[in-house]
Design a protein around this ligand. Structure first.
Ligand code: NAP
Length: 362
């Protein structure tokens, strides 16, 4: 767990602080806000990925989520369950047709509780869809060679279709060297430089796309949110989230800007966005005043903040001040329950894709 931060965001400032340039939209916004408080229309995901992006969402409501504001909730938990069901059906079909079960190997080094929890969750998710999971847990003081030995074994094992090294690794290990040792064909995390390089190049296809950014884009697709021609701002440029998210949006013909820790006037840049992907790791950094009315927000951040009402003493919030943003945006992912569940669903999806590719199974 990262260090605890206390960062509240007020619920009362968003509309008052809207900049002059947005005042026309603000009139509409204020009208919306002055409606009696009610649950907002729930934004239903399209039932299958194959539906065209931009198509109208079906009217049948997914499980109801009552919120007080007007942005529609993009429910990652619900979509992730849909995806797991689809994967489960494909795993059964593959097993029946050719007798192959996809397999995912996870290597954990050390005793970090958060890492152990992530690995446990991945194992459970594999079980839930019928994917075999293989786990190696090495002590904190292991040698790099020990990790490399297991990677090499899994690289050669035909029953393993995906290999994941849980990060962070202990500081005495060379993370780059270890990640590079995972064979490209089993790099279900999508972190291999060749996969990232292909993602960045026109006309090239990566074998795998990193799970969290892939999950962000999948949410936009499943909710029928058009990307082509839109202004998109990604906040954060990490190798695992921000940078690949920007590359993916660009591949989908969005016009992208990337905001990072050295960016001057980030609010001004973010305010131009039709689509915001926030992956910073700063609780409630993006305020309501940063958001163009009607923008769509995908909040990747997971930040613990003090919460005396919670038995744990803290709660998790995103990088976007939800209470303010949901009064300005047209759609938003909650934290928790937004991008988080999608990351594991995408890992399962990448593992299935890998197994299908290895066995030429359509
Ligand atoms: P990271 O490696 O620490 O990268 C953070 C990025 O944010 C960096 O590019 C940094 O800029 C930028 N940044 C930091 N402070 C900023 C500021 N004040 N203004 C603008 N940009 C700023 O983090 P990460 O691994 O990408 O993760 C980001 C967040 O997503 C974290 O909360 C993490 O827990 C969460 N996360 C969630 C999932 C999920 O499944 N939901 C998966 C992965 C991560 P510089 O490059 O200039 O330093």
């Amino acid at each position: 767990m990262t260090s605890m931060v206390f960062s509240e965001c007020s619920t009362s400032t968003a509309s008052r602080l809207l900049p002059r340039s947005l005042r026309k939209d603000a009139v509409v916004l204020v009208r919306r806000l002055s409606l009696p408080r009610r649950s907002c229309a729930w934004m239903a995901p399209l039932s299958r990925r194959t539906l065209a992006v931009g198509a109208a969402a079906p009217t049948s409501p997914p499980p109801s989520v009552a919120i007080e504001a007007c942005a529609k909730v993009i429910d990652g938990k619900y979509v992730a369950k849909q995806i797991r069901d689809e994967i489960s059906a494909e795993v059964s079909r593959m097993k029946e047709a050719i007798g192959v079960v996809p397999g995912l190997a996870v290597i954990l080094v050390g005793d970090r509780k958060d890492s152990a929890t992530y690995v446990r969750n991945k194992k459970k998710a594999c079980e839930s869809v019928g994917i075999n999971s293989f786990e190696v847990h090495l002590p904190e003081d292991s040698e790099e060679e020990d990790v490399l030995k297991f990677i090499s074994g899994f690289n050669d094992d035909p029953s393993v279709h995906g290999i994941l090294v849980q990060l962070p690794l202990p500081s005495h290990m060379n993370e780059q060297g270890i990640l590079n040792a995972v064979t490209l064909e089993k790099d279900v995390d999508g972190f291999h430089p060749l996969n990232i390089g292909r993602l960045a190049m026109r006309g090239r296809e990566p074998l795998f796309v990193p799970c969290t950014p892939k999950g962000c884009i999948e949410l936009l697709h499943r909710y029928g949110i058009g990307i082509k021609g839109k202004r998109a701002v990604v906040i954060g440029r990490s190798n695992i989230v921000g940078m690949p998210a920007a590359l993916l949006l660009q591949r989908e013909d969005a016009t992208i800007s990337i905001v990072h820790s050295r960016t001057q006037n980030p609010e001004e840049i973010v305010r131009e966005a039709d689509i915001i992907i926030a992956a910073v790791g700063q609780a409630n950094m993006v305020r309501g005043t940063w958001i163009k009315p009607g923008a769509v927000i995908i909040d990747v951040g997971i930040n613990p903040v003090e919460d005396s009402k919670s038995s744990r003493g803290y709660k998790l919030v995103g990088d976007v001040c939800y209470e303010e943003a949901c009064k300005v945006a047209s759609a938003i992912t909650p934290v928790p329950g937004g991008v988080g569940p999608m990351t594991i669903a995408m890992l399962l999806s990448n593992t299935l894709t890998s197994a299908k590719r290895a066995h030429n199974f359509q």
